[in-house]
Design a protein around this ligand. Sequence first.
Ligand code: NCD
Length: 309
Amino acid sequence: MIKKLVNPLDLSIQEYQHLFETGKTIYESPQNFTQLANSKILATLFYEPSTRTRMSFESAMFRLGGKVLSMADTSSSSVAKGESLADTIKTISNYVDIIVIRHPKDGSAEVAVKYSSVPVINAGDGAHHHPTQTLTDLFTLYMYRGKVSNNSFGFCGDLKYGRTVHSLITTLARYPEVNYYLISPEELQLPQHIKNSVLEVNPKATFNETSQMEEVLPNLDVLYMTRIQRERFFNEDDYLRLKDTFILDKNKVNMMKKDALIMHPLPRVSEITYEVDDDPRAIYFEQAKLGMYIRMALISLMLGLNTNR
Ligand code: NCD
């Protein structure tokens, strides 16, 4: 049984493939899975704001016939009385079969694993990792392209604090023929430790870094846009100075390949103009939808449920 998904590399490449295939089966015939998690309970513990991640987990569990306990607002729980994460997890893991946690501190999901008697899924820990967003991103590619390998990826925006970028870049290192274009202001470049984890997996990986998005747009098969992570800045002035560095509008999209894909983990702030949404290459809302199906597959796998139908 899989006890944790904290770092995206906690699952093997074979397990990813299995999840994509299961996710696709569930997507195509959800009616066959409505009773699968019948007697199971999932807890969502969110110490940070969320729309898609929490609700797609909860919807995924409901669609599997399971039940959900949610702690979305820490001000109404014992966290507000000063309870430690360790004590909260020790208690909650008696009530449920699986825990999904989001926390502003890097490393907190690993702490949860230490104190939990049930499987734990990291739904984002600070600027560290967000493995189920990576599953969502790769599942989207699998559904659109049938494969992850052989693509040039452009990552644009806040590559320093963006945990979805950290997780996706690290995981892509396992796939052949992946090129990285890193588009960011100098202050928000990809941290060296993430580059190191990529190089550990694939010593031949190279990074093309630029602060000029126009230069690289024509080369990309996938453009992964991200918002500037305001809540992780120490200084509001820096945020205000950097927040509109990159804005993807229709003119820029016209510079891209006809069959490129534009992805975004969402929420969007101002980095993609609304007119782009109508372009067939813009698939970020479909991506958010697919996230629910891959989470159904993940919950089933981590609860040890049989998805063969
Ligand atoms: C992301 C996150 O929380 O890291 N959102 C999400 O889960 N889809 C991206 C972000 O907040 O910018």
